[in-house]
Write a protein that binds this ligand. Structure first.
Ligand code: CAA
Length: 380
């Protein structure tokens, strides 16, 4: 296996790292405290090509690969996990399915402005009674001549309050189960679309999410994404890519926890020496670093497979479940190393601790990732 990054991948990584260190990190605590959507950082990410990293240049993207996307996502999320997920949703859950399933006409109209960052996207699959069981959709799209009339409620929609375009999943034939699901491209200013107030969350407070209410929303066939009845495959293959993005977000949170803990441990003294000189602290740091490297290798493996066009459902699930659990362990240990200072807002690790939790939940819980891994093992 070749572990050497290409010059292009190194350049993307450095661009993202410089931006993250100089422009994102100084604002991360304030964004979190004020539950603020970082509009100005999203605009800068657009300028830097970070909102359509792996989208070909002909469709407005930066034309890089999934490995570059992972490297950039880690850097941005190391500074601010909220900014990281805004980037991840637009890249993985919106641009990626458009690239894969949209017609050229739809790509021109929707992918181009999303990949350049002129517009921002969201992805609506979950519902009040359909989270892990994604096939239990209740949102109905009823055919009416050449149109579809859509009614339902979508839940936990990251970027929902600020999005211009939504990749929407509906039931066109409820009796067919997952084969009755159909995806649409929904402009958020369509009549009958309403967003609820932003969810009040434990972490990633700068990333706004909400419910979306759909009341007699009329869309013509032009807005179908893929085939009627093909929506479950759109959703699942999109999540295969999305889980790589969330694994990379988790890497960023784990790295932030390790780097902050390392810096603190060399300064803070107890019993006459820096706490980094105590073996109890050294073992924590050693485990954090080892697990972070292992999580990064799994994430890069899934990204390489995606770039090669190989099926990577299992590798994405492995990367996501492992990296998210590593991020949670790392953040927990960082709080412990900071002691009382880890429990207050004056230091960054309580934010890492709160931000880490969501990576074990969205885009498929850890339990769902293990189901995906097991079902792939049993198939082989
Ligand atoms: N790619 C393509 N097709 C796939 C696929 C994949 N990765 N996974 C499954 N399929 C296909 C199967 O081949 C099968 O097709 P056929 O009927 O033609 O044979 C079909 O889909 C059904 O497959 P399963 O029987 O495995 O489906 P299931 O109903 O048992 O569900 C599941 C599988 C893994 C549990 C799935 O429901 C799942 O992933 N659930 C979690 C959903 C999730 O991640 N939600 C997060 C919401 S998004 C979010 O969080 C966004 C945000 O705002 C950040």
């Amino acid at each position: 296996m070749d572990f050497e990054l290409t010059d292009e991948q190194k350049l993307v990584q450095k661009t993202a790292a410089d931006f993250a260190r100089n422009e994102v990190l100084p604002k991360a605590a304030e964004i979190d405290r004020n539950h603020r959507h970082p509009k100005e950082l999203v605009a800068r990410m657009a300028e830097l090509g970070l909102l359509g990293v792996a989208v070909p240049e002909e469709w407005g993207g930066a034309g890089f690969d999934t490995v570059s996307y992972v490297l950039a996502m880690e850097e941005i999320s190391r500074a601010c996990a909220s900014t990281g997920v805004i980037m991840s949703v637009n890249n993985s859950l919106v641009c990626d399915p458009l690239q894969k399933f949209a017609t050229d006409e739809q790509k021109k109209e929707f992918l181009e402005p999303l990949a350049t960052g002129k517009k921002l996207g969201c992805f609506a699959l979950s519902e009040p009674e359909a989270g892990s069981d994604a096939a239990a959709q209740k949102t109905v799209a009823r055919a009416d001549g050449d149109d579809f009339v859509i009614n339902g409620i979508k839940n936990w929609i990251t970027n929902g309050p600020v999005a211009d375009v939504c990749i929407l999943h509906t039931m066109t034939a409820p009796e067919k189960g997952h084969k009755g699901i159909t995806a649409f491209i929904l402009p958020m200013d369509t009549k009958g679309v309403r967003t609820g107030p932003p969810d009040k969350k434990l972490g990633i407070r700068g990333s706004q999410s909400c419910q979306i209410f759909l009341d007699d929303v009329r869309l013509s066939k032009h807005f179908l994404l893929g085939e009627v009845g093909g929506g479950f495959k759109v959703a699942m293959s999109t999540l295969d890519g999305g889980r790589i993005g969330i694994a990379a977000q988790a890497l960023g949170i784990a790295r932030a926890s390790l780097e902050d803990a390392l810096a603190y441990a060399t300064e803070r003294k107890t019993f006459g020496k820096p706490i980094a000189q105590h073996q109890a602290i050294q073992w924590k740091l050693a485990d954090m670093a080892t697990e972070l490297d292992a999580a990064r290798l799994l994430t890069l493996q899934a990204a390489v497979m995606k770039d090669r066009g190989q099926r990577h459902s299992m590798q994405s699930a492995m990367a996501k479940v492992f990296a998210s659990e590593v991020a949670n362990r790392a953040a927990k240990e960082a709080v412990q190393i900071f002691g009382g200072n880890g429990y207050v807002e004056d230091f960054p690790v309580e934010r890492h601790f709160r931000d880490a939790k969501i990576t074990e939940i969205y885009e498929g819980t850890s339990e769902i990732q293990r189901l995906v891994i097991a079902s792939n093992l049993l198939k082989e």
